[in-house]
Ligand binder design. Sequence first.
Ligand code: SF4
Length: 330
Amino acid sequence: DRPLLDVENLTVRFAVRRGGVFGRKQYLDAVDGVSFALARGETLAIVGESGSGKTTTALAVARLVAAHSGRVELDGADILGLEGEALRQVRRKVQFIFQDPYSSLNPRQRAEDVVREPLQSLTDMSRDDQQKVIDELFVQVGLRPEQKRLFPHQFSGGQRQRIGIARALATRPELIICDEPVSALDVAVQAQILNLLRRLQKEFGLTYLFISHDLGVVQHMCDSIAVMYMGRIVEHGPRLSLFNNPLHPYTAALLSAVPSVDKARRAATRRILIPGDPPDPVNLPPGCRFANRCPVAQPQCRAREPSLRTVSGGQRVACHLVGEDGTAPL
Ligand code: SF4
């Protein structure tokens, strides 16, 4: 079966100028040769720290930042070159739920107008039909119909995220990019919103690209996980393989920080600390980008950059020290 989303060798390049206006223009690849596929109805989580390129990847997939090179296929059609009406169709099919419901909603718009906005800009629906869709959506995301006349500041954080979800659903998209959708919310509300997203996924047959810095949040929310570091995917595989057998030292370190509900696992996992900072993305050192922080780095790691390869078990991993049979170095 053809994947709904197929990303191949995606690179997003930014120009930076250091040392004021007379500084030299340099380039950094915030996303550097990223490839992955996502099947219809599934959820892929992209996980990494800030600066890893996860959000830029999502923005490029949604055509909200320009890609430098690569391919992004949605349902078999390359969307990177599209413009005009064809691009409007893509915008209808790919919607975003933003990180911060407090800042992504216009404070002067009533809740129903927030949800109406994509219907107005992306469809040719009549005003009456728009209203029907809006009324239905309010119920579907767990808000009361009479709340549609209120302004964003009259809602709680969780309710505001529900409005954001209703807006994302309005055009009946196929792919929804959830960019840290619960990180501004407290834990109890996080669980409610994640449950809502899961229920809506089943109801509408949605495909999610879920961006998060927190493996704990995605552990009940995805089929597969891609871990990004400094613009690259360093490990990608089914959720359970990644959780049970993390191969890349960076994945192992991230996972060791996730509080485990499972007592035996909690006892078995020791916290792996990652010292230091990532290297300067404009002047990357040769070799593995994680080498200056990696607890098991070897001389060869600084000489050659590891490429992403598939090991037995199906995980893809970029680390020289991972065995072909899928044994982890850490
Ligand atoms: Fe660590 Fe070397 Fe693997 Fe990079 S290639 S993650 S430095 S062991």
